[in-house]
Design a protein around this ligand. Structure first.
Ligand code: COA
Ligand code: AMP
Length: 630
């Protein structure tokens, strides 16, 4: 038996022994009473009774161990022309001071703090400061609109919101404060205080509730780490569900720290003192786990990059960062590589940089198309590792475990399940399907540490959305298969979530917005194949009787409405007006059939649309906005 197979077998046969051994990587202020606690099933609780502080494990303990001078965080921002490094000692001090500032505002154990910030080091500082106090952070991605922020404010009811005056997108400065003010005005819950980091690119106007970051931190006493229960929440991260109400994924402290500590070496093969770069955003789970927590818990140097992979303005931006900071491993979404390939198809810029320290490229967040994989392998000449995970899981479900036993890559597959993941493929009735057949990808309970023990304010939704359909299993929401070698293939979502440039979005939420337009009678939003972003949303609307305004005018309003309510990150740019939508006899819109129409492949004739007039109309509408090949 190979090393991977042996490790995987042990993790399933003796989860308590396996994870208790890994927990030695973490400093505990009190040992646990129970490794695996199933009393809250279907939730899996890890290390019940144990106490720790995640910030201590990420920062202070490295300083205490004499490694304070090592670089913890490198802020590299082509958007501002800045590169700044923080040693473990400096970052610990900065975090302790900001934690003191939060404590002075009354933030303590269990209180929620929303962080609405772009890719600046202070975003990581604010997260770690919350962890230090035992407070629960909820980071909201900067590309979301005020309405989305308001929903999150009302759901988690933060005592304090930490924001920046602006974010920087190519060619525009995004003023955050007006969005924040609008969100607070919309929300029923009002935070007591907003702490605003003033950036030189755009200063925010402050109101009575606001104080600047500089003012808050000036003279603040350094706060110590507060021990919390292993099962206490570390953070809430909202992600798209099937409606406009996002799901507040809860992460605990103990299981999370243990799983991430193992993964840094076991999956990424990265050791203390090496440099790891997750080119994502702190607003996504990848940013939480692999820009902030995992590298720091492991004493690795993490890169926090503010910019795009290309055109910032250097088409070789990624290679410059890898060379300059001696990055050992990069983690990003395939869409970033599609963007790079579009600008530099022959990889001419890659050759200009010294990438001799670079060992592995990790891709996740969306299906990795074999073309992008082959291109990246050919250009970089290092292993390119696809791995599959979700906001819910906090870390990888299936990957190619570089620190255990690198395995041959099969294009289209994120390789094999990780420790603690007992993956199965089920048919709709809950029977396992034979190897090679597609079905619902599920994991037999218990789930490994690091995975979500619940949804904030959402116990009923948690059970209904993830565990009700297949009792005894976690339903991932992805469809796929296992092949004869046990490799996993993730093919598609089973719900109406789409993946746009590695960003998870709900078409249901977009439909709710379109339906609120006064001229719209009914609508459907689908993910259409896109060469750069993987998928882009595409709207179809039927107008109310008697509406005879020009269609382009209405479409323009619909596009603006989605941008205004959900945010630019929705990338909703196209909609078409149609006379009817295809429906079943009982009146359900045939979204799956329409989705097939929107695929970039030449149209397959969909047998389920039996009205040729509807078929022709939708084909025509798709062609009209550039989606039809056939
Ligand atoms: N704040 C404000 N606006 C933001 C934003 C933020 N933090 N992030 C994105 N946006 C805006 C963009 O400016 C864009 O606006 P536009 O419609 O005015 O052009 C819109 O949201 C859509 O963003 P995106 O889909 O990211 O498109 P893009 O053209 O800006 O960039 C890629 C495309 C592929 C280069 C970029 O998405 C990328 O690098 N993705 C890979 C990394 C990644 O983020 N992975 C996530 C999980 S690992
Ligand atoms: P998120 O919660 O934003 O991380 O998105 C999770 C979803 O992204 C998964 O449920 C999958 O649909 C998709 N996804 C993530 N990684 C992969 C991958 N390596 N291969 C295929 N799909 C992926």
């Amino acid at each position: 038996m190979g090393r991977y197979a042996e490790l995987h077998r042990r993790s399933l046969e003796d989860p308590e022994g396996f994870w208790a051994a890994q927990a030695a990587r973490i400093d505990w202020t009190r040992p646990w009473d129970q490794v695996l606690d199933l009393s809250e099933a279907p939730a899996t609780r890890w290390f019940r009774g144990g106490q720790l502080n995640t910030c201590w494990n990420a920062l202070d303990r490295h300083v205490a161990a004499g490694r304070g001078a090592q670089v913890a965080l490198i802020y590299d921002s082509p958007m501002t022309g800045q590169v700044h490094s923080y040693s473990y000692a400096e970052l610990t001090d900065y975090v302790a001071r900001f934690a003191g500032a939060l404590a002075a505002e009354g933030v303590g154990k269990g209180d929620r703090v929303i962080i609405y910030m772009p890719m600046v080091p202070e975003a990581a500082v604010a997260m770690l400061a919350c962890a230090r106090l035992g407070a629960v952070h909820s980071v909201v991605f900067g590309g979301f609109a005020a309405n989305e922020l308001a929903t999150r404010i009302d759901d988690c009811q933060p005592k304090v919101i930490v924001a920046a005056s602006c974010g920087l997108e190519p060619g525009r400065v995004v003023a955050y404060k007006p969005l924040l003010d609008a969100a607070i005005a919309m929300a029923v819950h009002k935070p007591a205080r907003c702490i605003v980091l003033q950036r030189p690119q755009h200063a925010a106007e402050l109101g009575e509730r606001d104080v600047t970051w500089a003012h808050a931190i000036a003279g603040a006493p350094r706060a110590d780490c507060v021990p919390v229960e292993a099962t206490d929440p570390l953070y809430i991260l909202y992600t798209s569900g099937t409606t406009g109400q996002p799901k507040g994924i809860v992460r605990d402290n103990g299981g999370h720290a243990v799983a991430l500590a193992w993964s840094m070496e076991g999956l990424y093969g990265v050791k203390p003192g090496e440099v790891f770069w997750a080119a994502s955003d702190v607003g996504w789970v990848v940013g939480h786990s692999y820009i902030v927590y995992a590298p720091l818990i492991c004493g690795v140097t993490s890169v926090l990059y503010e910019g795009k992979p290309v055109g910032t303005p250097d088409p070789g931006a990624f290679w410059r960062v890898i060379q300059q900071h001696r990055v050992a491993a990069l983690f990003t979404a395939p869409t970033a590589f599609r963007a790079i390939r579009q600008q530099d198809p022959k990889g001419e810029y890659i050759g200009k940089y010294d990438l001799s320290h670079f060992r592995t490229l990790f891709l996740a967040g969306e299906r990795c198309d074999p073309d992008t994989l082959a291109w990246a392998e050919a250009q970089l000449k290092v292993p390119v590792v696809d791995h599959w995970w979700q906001t819910e899981t906090g870390w990888c479900i299936a990957g190619n475990w570089q620190g255990v036993e690198p395995m041959p890559v099969k294009p289209g597959s994120p390789t094999v399940p990780g420790p603690g993941w007992d993956l199965r493929v089920l048919d709709p009735e809950g029977h396992e399907v034979p190897r090679g057949q597609i079905g619902a990808l599920v994991a037999k309970l218990p789930l490994p540490p690091g995975t979500f023990p619940g949804l904030w304010n959402g116990r009923e939704r948690y059970e209904r959305a993830y565990f009700a359909h297949f009792p005894g299993y976690y339903e991932t929401g992805d469809a796929g298969m296992l092949d004869q070698d046990g490799y996993v293939f993730v093919m598609a979502r089973t719900d109406d979530i789409i993946n746009v440039a590695g960003h998870r979005l709900s078409t249901g939420a977009m439909e709710e917005v379109l339906a609120s337009h006064p001229d719209v009678a009914e609508c459907a939003v689908l993910g259409a194949a896109d060469a750069l972003k993987g998928q882009v949303p595409l709207g179809f609307v039927v107008l109310k009787k008697g509406v005879n305004r020009p269609h382009p005018e209405i479409v323009k309003e619909l596009v603006a409405l989605v941008r205004d309510r959900i945010g630019p990150v929705a990338a909703f740019k196209s909609a078409c007006v149609v006379a009817r939508l295809p429906k079943t006899r009982s009146g359900k819109i045939l979204r799956a059939t329409m989705r097939k129409l929107a695929d970039a492949e030449p149209f397959k004739t969909p047998a389920t649309i039996d009205d040729p007039a509807i078929l022709e109309e939708i084909k025509g509408a798709l062609q009209g906005i550039g989606y039809a090949k056939g």
